[in-house]
Design a protein around this ligand. Structure first.
Ligand code: FRU
Length: 475
């Protein structure tokens, strides 16, 4: 069943099927390109490849369907995640060339554990001069090309250029079940050799997925998704986590062989966030897009037999705070979708600091500034963002059949709550606290026709706009 009530208006998703990691993010020849892991026939088929969407402005999207299929022996079991690299003037016509690097996943027949044997991880290149007509697949790296200490889990290439060389960051699991990042080096982007590894100073997960290098104001960060984290006190029992480690001043990822797990900070404190990827756009902004989903979620993301599942986050602009924390803010372009500003009313008989508003649909941009003291914002009376006693909490009423479909409570310690921005997009919620230092992403499945907002607490200003539909025509 295709229920439109829960479809997104400004969170990227394909028309049907399954989406996971964002891939190949770039701005190329006048368009933003977002590729993504895609299983179009989900829940029936199991093909895994790349879907493709483009936008002139990060707001209005066109989806082009599945564009990289698992159709050569080297990617027989999936065209897995990867990244985009633009070669200036690299095209045959002298124009720029877009290179897409990804991992071809192959599971060999036989009795294998697919960790230490039976799996191929092939790094594959596809070139295009227009972003749409994709060239032949070229297999660049195979298992034998990685160091001997690697298990069969090596994947998710992120390619960039620095100091006159090209670098490829790969996520890996070694034969002792230690997660690490592998760095390969190349001059031409075709022939690669192993250059170095980045390991944690003490055990930190058995596998690192989707590594990324981020540079902000001259400081570098290693972003990655460590697996095997369920036992850690902050992990909410989840195997898969996503975060970053800031490198000390003057230390670059190239040349850094150890990172400290004590400095790991989660990207997102909500329920649904994993496998983010960043790119730099022509304005020099570092933009992050994540998957609003998890590999092994303990809660439901496709209730009522939906024939589609998951979406991506909105594009988020990254900035470095003075203490090294990376703050995330929705790309300002999204404000183009703001429609009517709906006034907050004071509820009858309510204390002076109570404000309520009702919108005709579940698509809104809520901005609350100048917050002081305890604070509480409720949506539809069943989803609540609350700050009290140094803790910021997102919670849902009800259990498996409630509005959060099994999602209950997530929280993070903060000194204060100063401001809040909440993007409501039918079944996606993104909550940015303290100018985006703390972010919560979550799915929810509201059933009311109208969106009810109730705020309790002291704030200088609260504003809410209805939001339009940037996905119109896509499905
Ligand atoms: C992360 C991930 C990647 C892999 C892809 C497969 O969610 O497991 O490591 O390339 O998904 O879809």
């Amino acid at each position: 069943m295709t229920t439109n009530r829960w479809r997104m208006g400004f969170h990227l998703m394909p028309p049907t099927g399954w989406v996971n990691d964002p891939n190949g993010l770039c701005y190329f020849k006048g368009l933003y390109h977002v590729f993504h892991q895609y299983s179009p026939d989900w829940p029936n088929g199991s093909e895994r490849g790349w879907g493709h969407a483009t936008s002139p402005d990060l707001v209005h999207w066109t989806h082009h369907g599945m564009v990289i299929h698992q159709d050569i022996p080297e990617d027989a079991n999936g065209a897995y995640s990867g990244s985009a690299y633009i070669v200036p003037g690299g095209g045959a016509d002298g124009g720029d060339l877009l290179r897409l690097y990804y991992t071809g996943n192959v599971k060999e027949p036989g009795a294998h554990d697919y960790i230490y044997s039976g799996r191929q991880a092939n790094e594959i290149l596809i070139e295009t001069t227009d972003g749409f007509n994709l060239g032949e697949k070229q297999v660049l790296l195979r298992n034998a090309d990685y160091p001997d200490f690697c298990s069969c889990h090596v994947r998710d290439p992120k390619v960039w250029s620095q100091d006159g060389s090209l670098h490829m960051l790969l996520g890996a699991r070694d034969m002792d079940d230690e997660g690490l990042a592998l760095i390969m080096e190349s001059q031409d982007g075709l022939s690669w050799t192993t250059a170095s590894t980045i390991r944690p100073t003490s055990h930190f997960g058995f596998m690192w997925e989707c590594p990324d290098r981020i540079a902000l104001d001259g400081f570098e960060y290693l972003s990655f998704c460590p697996q095997g984290m369920a036992e850690l006190p902050w992990a909410n029992g989840l195997r898969d986590q996503s975060g970053y480690i800031p490198l000390p001043a003057a230390i670059k990822l190239i040349g850094c062989d150890r990172v400290s797990p004590a400095l790991f900070r989660r990207w997102d404190f909500g329920f649904d966030f994993y496998a983010p990827q960043t790119f730099t756009d022509p304005q020099g902004r570092t933009i992050l897009i994540g998957w609003m989903g998890l590999p092994e979620p303990p809660f439901d993301s496709a209730p009522d037999n939906l024939d589609w599942i998951h979406c991506l986050t909105v594009p988020r602009v990254l900035t470095r705070c003075e203490d090294g924390v990376v703050a995330m803010a929705p790309a300002p372009e999204l404000e183009q979708l703001r429609g009517e500003q709906v006034p907050f009313a004071q509820a009858d008989n309510a204390p002076a600091q109570t404000r309520t508003a009702t919108l005709s649909a579940h698509r809104a941009d809520i901005v609350v500034d100048g917050i002081s003291g305890p604070f509480d914002l409720a949506l539809d009376g069943a989803a609540r963002i609350a700050f009290a006693d140094g803790e910021l909490t997102l919670s849902f009423d009800g259990g498996a059949q409630g509005i959060g479909r099994g999602r209950q409570t997530r929280s993070v310690n903060v000194n204060a709550l100063e401001n809040l921005r909440v993007l409501v997009d039918n079944s996606a919620l993104e909550i940015f606290a303290n100018n985006g230092r703390e972010v919560f992403s979550t799915r929810w499945f509201p059933t009311a026709d109208q969106l009810g907002i109730a705020i309790k607490g002291t704030a200088e200003a609260a504003r809410v706009w209805s939001m339009g539909d940037g996905m119109e025509g896509t499905y």
